[in-house]
Design a protein around this ligand. Structure first.
Ligand code: AMP
Length: 469
């Protein structure tokens, strides 16, 4: 039997194909039937152009329904989908194209879909096994060469089914989709949940608090990155009334600050459900739909996911094994071997711990760990203390070279306050070696498209802070 992911997803499409799939900002809609028809034609075009099973089909374009059609058509044609961030420069794209060698590279998805209108529909999906590759997602890696995580049809299907169940998505839901679709969050997590239940999506090209506020009045589920929630909270029009029709707010891709969680609950009466994932495994853990959602914890491993802490200490690098874990990095067998243990666990690079109840708590990336005077400092522990201090909106704690300590703890802070007072507060609550040696005030922290603070840029910016001291 074919295990083509497209067939698995299409099995969830509603029996009544006139039901909308995409609810667009201009008031129009694209039905599931129209989606299916166009996917068939674009898949037909790909095959007619010579795309063979396993060939890569790359797309670099701004978010649009046409992009989703190209994605599904690539799956249906048995190809391997390769989404590229529209913000990548030609030099960056050049690297991805040389590395992945796609048979087709599409930059104008709208035209590509339109021109497929006269092609014969590909009636059946090209048979694929669970182990066959469905997509390559280049990690947003900030150091070294970007690596292509290889995700199979089986891995993506397993994760989609697990999430669909964990979050109880039904045909009556309406999903607000304001995420980019070049990344696993918007592409796999959100789209697959909607397709498996055949529910409509309020489809927004990008996040804008005004459009999201309007969209929420039609939605029952929202998926977002933490920045979406802080921006909504910054809009005084957002409150319990605007959120009343929404049964589930989900956050991931970057840590949700406990202060955001608390403010959101105070404002709307709803507790954001935080989950944790990565390109290499899609979603790994989630807070419960029905049980208690705890600020600062990313919840429990999904069914079928084995999770352990490496290194024999309470806190260490999270290792995982399970049906959705990727098959390795594209054309990097050595890198792949380095990041898997002998017994087949993937070493995530995220540092965390699992409490007695099984809840997982993440303290940051292993590469962000600071070693100051021989002591390990987990930035998250310091950030939590600073974030609770009055006047501080958000902090990012980094290690920078120091002639005496090797690395010194430095806090980059959005907010108002006195450097000395913040350092004193940190020393009051933490062992002295964990307290920042310097605090720098900024208006904004550098973030990538998914809202992650880019600590590597901060480390570069402040690398000379202690030079000559
Ligand atoms: P990416 O592969 O671009 O999706 O990035 C994955 C990384 O994002 C993970 O390895 C984590 O470091 C981080 N991440 C994702 N979700 C969360 C979360 N809920 N809390 C903390 N970090 C997260």
């Amino acid at each position: 039997m074919s295990e083509n992911l497209y067939d698995r997803l299409a099995a969830g499409f509603p029996a009544d194909r006139t039901k909308p799939c995409f609810l667009l900002s201009d008031g129009s809609a694209v039905s599931y039937g129209e989606l299916e028809e166009q996917v068939g034609r674009v898949a037909g075009r790909l095959v007619a152009e010579g795309v063979q099973p396993g060939d890569r089909v790359a797309l670099q374009a701004e978010k649009s329904v046409a992009g989703v059609i190209v994605y599904l058509a690539a799956l249906k044609a048995g190809a391997v989908y390769l989404p590229l961030n529209a913000a990548y420069t030609p030099a960056e794209v050049d690297y991805f194209l040389k590395d992945a060698e796609p048979a087709v590279f599409i930059t104008d998805d709208v035209a590509y879909v339109r021109e497929a209108a006269n092609h014969r529909r590909l009636a059946r999906a090209v048979p694929r096994t669970a182990a066959d590759l469905a997509a390559i997602i280049y990690t947003s890696g900030t150091t070294g060469r970007s690596k292509g995580a290889m995700l199979s049809h089986g891995a993506l299907a397993a994760n989609a089914v697990a999430l669909h169940q964990a979050w109880g998505i039904t045909p009556d839901d309406v999903l607000l989709h304001a995420l980019p679709i070049f990344h696993v969050h918007g592409l796999f997590v959100a789209l697959h949940c909607a397709f498996l239940s055949g529910c409509p999506m309020v489809w927004l090209a990008k996040f804008s608090d005004g459009e999201v506020l309007a969209g929420l009045s039609r939605a029952t589920v929202m998926m977002g990155v933490p920045t979406f929630y802080t921006r909504l909270l910054a809009n005084p029009a957002f409150g319990a009334e605007a959120a009343a029709g929404v049964r589930l707010f989900i956050s991931g891709s970057a840590p949700l600050l406990p202060s955001t969680f608390a403010e959101f609950e105070a404002r709307t009466g709803q507790r954001i459900l935080e989950r944790y994932g990565m390109s290499e495994a899609v979603i790994i853990t989630t807070n419960p739909l029905h049980g208690e959602r705890i600020a600062g914890s990313v919840g429990f491993p999904l069914p079928g996911v084995e999770l352990r802490i490496g290194g024999g200490e309470e806190t260490g690098v999270i290792e995982i094994r399970g049906p959705s874990v990727f098959g390795g990095y594209w054309r990097m067998p050595e890198k792949t071997a380095e990041e898997f243990t002998a017994d087949g666990f993937f070493v995530t690079g995220d540092v965390g711990r699992q409490d007695a109840d099984g809840r997982v708590w993440i303290s940051g990336r292993a590469k962000d760990l600071i070693i100051s005077g021989g002591y390990n400092v987990y930035p998250k522990e310091v950030e939590l203390v600073l974030d609770e201090t009055s006047g501080v909106v958000e902090s990012a704690v980094i290690g920078v070279p120091h002639p005496d300590f090797g690395e010194a703890v430095v806090a980059v802070v959005i907010g108002r306050g006195e450097e000395a007072a913040l350092i004193a507060e940190a020393r009051r609550q933490l062992a002295a070696y964990k307290a920042p040696k310097r605090v720098v005030f900024v208006d904004e922290l550098p973030r990538n498209a998914m809202g992650k603070v880019q600590k590597n840029l901060l480390r570069d910016r402040y690398a000379g802070l202690f030079a000559g001291s």
